[in-house]
Design a protein around this ligand. Structure first.
Ligand SMILES: *Cc1c(COP(=O)(O)O)cnc(C)c1O
Length: 230
């Protein structure tokens, strides 16, 4: 028994991706009781063919972590794609990114907000919160989140909500982190929550996610050559 042979490289990924999209949508609907949840398809580490495949399956929100990689895919992608920038924001990249980015998910410092406000006035942003205080992670600490939200609003940015990366591999810790983020957003009057990835999106939806960011659940394992996960 040797399993199914690998797909020939000329085989379009469209069909497999469409099946994954359908199954993910079903799982979200079950977890969220039918509430609308936006799926951002995370194509980092994959080629632009995955952008085309997922757009063909009806998902036009596409996320990338790295400026170069995102900008390289834009010309080959369908015009209707809404690009979400998920990575840490390097201020020297904001000018070029601002021509294409629809939402910035990784705003965790005032300088990032200043750069975005300068190049894309009124842009839609998420404040990334390091809920668990893990020193290896990006995101602002919970106690300074309110002040950062205020500052971004003063800069004229459209603060959509909060974003976090859940602790991977521990369901209960993920749930606790998502619940904390939801409470913080509620306290700040922010309507949106960008939380949940392939490993934990159902938990995130149960805790009120309005946007989930999915890579492997849609596309399978990232090719080894691509940039590693954050
Ligand atoms: C890579 C990444 C994702 C998607 O991760 P998967 O585990 O492939 O679903 C989502 N959000 C951020 C910020 C990421 O870096």
């Amino acid at each position: 028994m040797s399993g199914s042979p690998p797909l020939p490289s000329c085989d379009p990924p469209t069909e497999a991706v469409a099946e994954s999209v359908a199954s993910v949508r079903e799982r979200i609907a079950r977890a969220g009781g039918g509430r609308p949840v936006e799926i951002v398809a995370v194509t980092k580490g994959f080629g632009v063919e995955m952008v085309l495949a997922v757009a063909g399956a009806g998902i036009l929100d596409v996320g990338e972590n790295y400026a170069q990689e995102m900008l390289a895919k834009v010309p080959g992608a369908p015009g209707g794609v809404r690009w979400h920038f998920l990575g840490p924001i390097q201020t020297n990249k904001v000018s070029r990114l601002s021509r294409v980015v629809h939402r910035w998910h990784g705003v965790d410092r005032p300088v990032a907000g200043d750069a975005i406000a300068r190049h894309q006035p009124g842009a839609g942003v998420f404040v990334e919160v390091n809920v668990t205080g893990d020193p290896s992670k990006h995101g602002c600490r919970p106690p300074v989140t309110a002040a950062l939200v205020d500052l971004l609003r003063e800069r004229g940015l459209d603060v959509r909500g909060l974003m976090t990366i859940g602790p991977q591999g521990d369901r209960r810790a993920s749930r606790a982190a998502f619940r904390r983020l939801a409470t913080m957003a509620d306290d700040l009057g922010l309507p949106e929550l960008s939380m949940g990835m392939s490993e934990d999106f159902e938990t995130a939806v149960e805790e009120g996610a309005t946007t989930v960011r999915l890579g492997r659940a849609l596309f399978g394992p990232r090719p080894g050559a691509g940039p590693a996960r954050r």
